[in-house]
Write a protein that binds this ligand. Structure first.
Ligand code: 5RP
Length: 230
């Protein structure tokens, strides 16, 4: 079975948790895209839900699928967010941001009563850190921000190469919020909650891709079936 089919199966499993009347956070990435497609089919069949997209890409896709949308200014909470991840560990901590949407993804996840992560089982790791950690930064003062980040890495016993994520035409990738992303190749992160707290305190860091304590359920699709971790 190919990877895309596994992603679709994970998305279909998460859809079982959606009920009429729910306010949903809609994730970003190739796995979340399947969820929005499948949700759109259910909406066309009469399911009444409303969604908050985590990126402009998801907003455009959801609109095209006929999924009604709102914002976190218009509603006070979400019942459920369904999103992908770049890595998930047994504590249900995540690395996200491979698609560059980590800031809105974290705002939406934090506003949700529940978060279901959908992924193929290659995303499951004993410890986070194989996937480069995305850190969303303000372009102003980048040198100072980088040095502060490196100092935090050293405090956490981590070293690693950090690069500005490239976008089109040799320029930096620009997020939906107008920021840049540093991708840090760290290797095993022994204390992800501490690293997240320290990174979050750096001026110039808008957000980082460590999602600590936000996910409630991970749906992993593999060639031997679907595994649900809670
Ligand atoms: C986007 C994300 C994605 O959820 C993550 O990159 C996983 O994407 P995919 O489902 O395409 O593997 O965090 O910012």
């Amino acid at each position: 079975m190919n990877m895309d089919e596994l992603k679709r199966q994970a998305a279909a499993k998460a859809l079982e948790h959606v009920q009429g009347g729910m306010k949903l956070g809609l994730g970003t990435g190739s796995t979340a895209k399947h969820f929005v497609d499948l949700l759109g089919e259910r909406v066309k069949g009469g399911l009444k839900i409303i969604g908050v997209p985590t990126s402009e890409a998801t907003r455009i896709q959801a609109e095209a699928c006929g999924v009604p949308l709102t914002t976190l200014d218009e509603i006070d909470h979400l019942d459920l967010t369904v999103d992908g991840a770049d890595e998930a560990d047994p504590d249900l901590n995540l690395i996200k941001g491979g698609g560059g949407a980590l800031l809105r993804e974290k705002i939406v996840a934090a506003a949700s009563d529940r978060m279901i992560v959908i992924a193929d089982d290659s995303k499951w790791v004993p410890k986070l850190g194989r996937f480069p950690l995305p850190i969303e930064v303000i372009p102003f003062g980048l040198g100072a921000t980088r040095r502060a980040i490196e100092s935090v890495f050293a405090q956490c016993g981590l070293t690693g190469e950090m690069v500005v994520r490239p976008g089109k035409d040799g320029h930096a990738f620009v997020t939906d919020g107008g920021h840049w992303i540093l991708d840090a190749k760290l290797g095993t992160i022994t204390d992800a909650p501490r690293l997240g707290t320290l990174l979050g305190a750096i001026p110039g860091v808008v957000e980082h891709g460590l999602f600590i304590g936000l996910a409630n359920t991970i749906v992993l699709a593999g060639s031997d079936g679907i595994r649900v971790v809670e």
